[in-house]
Design a protein around this ligand. Structure first.
Ligand code: NAD
Length: 297
């Protein structure tokens, strides 16, 4: 049983830490007292959490939080001498920009610590069920150490490549998801205007070349897929604000890589509009309301 510091007890981090606590000695910390409340094994400082730790896991909102927690004057790297002898493994599960992720990994190396980025696919329900998919960037050695730990919180742990590769896989996947959801929404709106029943169009497209996850697992119209958020007023699920965050990360990466991703850019603009109209807290499939031209919300 390893001693693991878990930092960031928000919507995702709390259930992940609870699942990990079934197999390891987890000491948890969040800057917010409210987030710590009710989590046994939570402590009131980062220093207490990482003392003697064999591994540190972070699940934080964005790159600036991750850099502060690891690289700050009283951050994880400064506390490295107080961790398990031989050096703790650092695992960042947050979704952040590739550049920050690579910078933190380089700083970890300078501090003598191994690190992987391991962003997740799957929302709060998957975090609770322990069925997340982890996309991991880092050396083979660091991956081999991270895999058995992450396996307690997910059902798939995939090595994507070097440091930052996990973040790259995550934002490329979510750019594809955002684009495909908008495409599915437009197809349903047009099909309905042309006199097709939604269910009929679903039955055909799900067995034809338009088939994709946004259609068959997360259908944006009520009826065909009972579990999809369309059947409960577009309650998330995966909030449109989160999708917008990931689409922005994808555009930042595309700009710095000099790659044209015009559909990704359009998807970002549409989700920004949806969020500005009050859709940010709704499920990302709720964008169909805006695309239909229904006043909204
Ligand atoms: P959240 O805002 O609910 O939780 C983040 C937590 O980090 C908060 O409790 C906050 O107090 C804490 N925090 C911030 N700064 C801190 C610091 N300096 N020290 C300690 N704690 C600090 O966010 P979430 O929904 O749990 O998402 C976490 C990450 O997972 C994000 O990067 C998000 O993009 C990603 N993600 C979320 C989902 C989802 O469905 N919610 C799905 C996949 C990935």
């Amino acid at each position: 049983m390893a001693r693991i510091a878990f930092i960031g007890l928000g919507n995702m981090g709390r259930p992940m830490a609870l699942n990990l606590g079934k197999a390891h000695d987890v000491v948890a910390y969040d800057v917010s007292e409210a987030a710590r409340a009710g989590v046994s094994q939570s402590v009131a400082s980062l220093a207490e959490a990482v003392a003697d730790a064999d591994a540190v896991i972070t699940m934080l909102p964005a790159g600036s939080h991750v850099r502060a927690v690891y690289e700050g004057a009283e951050g994880v790297f400064a506390l490295a001498p107080h961790m398990a002898s031989g050096g703790a493994l650092c695992i960042d599960c947050s979704t952040i920009d590739v550049e920050s992720s690579r910078a933190v990994a380089a700083a970890a190396e300078r501090a003598g610590l191994a690190m992987v980025d391991a962003p997740v696919s799957g929302g709060v329900a998957a975090a609770q069920a322990g069925t997340l998919t982890f996309m991991v960037g880092g050396s083979h050695g660091a991956f081999a150490r991270a895999e058995p730990i992450l396996a307690h919180m997910g059902r798939a742990v995939i090595h994507a490549g070097v440091a930052g590769a996990g973040q790259a896989a995550k934002i490329c996947n979510n750019m594809l998801l955002g684009v495909s959801m908008i495409g599915v929404c437009e197809a349903f709106i047009l099909a309905e205007k042309l006199g097709l029943e939604g269910q009929t169009f679903f039955d055909i497209a799900s067995k034809a070349s338009g088939q994709c996850w946004s259609l068959t697992s997360y259908c944006p119209v009520p009826g065909p897929v009972p579990a999809s958020p369309a059947n409960r007023g577009y309650e998330p699920g995966f909030a449109a604000a989160m999708m917008l965050k990931d689409l922005r990360l994808a555009q930042t990466a595309a700009h710095s890589a000099g790659v044209a991703t015009p559909l990704g850019a359009e998807a970002q603009a549409l989700y920004a509009l949806y969020a500005a109209q009050g859709g940010g807290r709704k499920d990302f499939s709720g964008i169909i309301e805006m695309l239909r031209g229904e006043g909204m919300i």
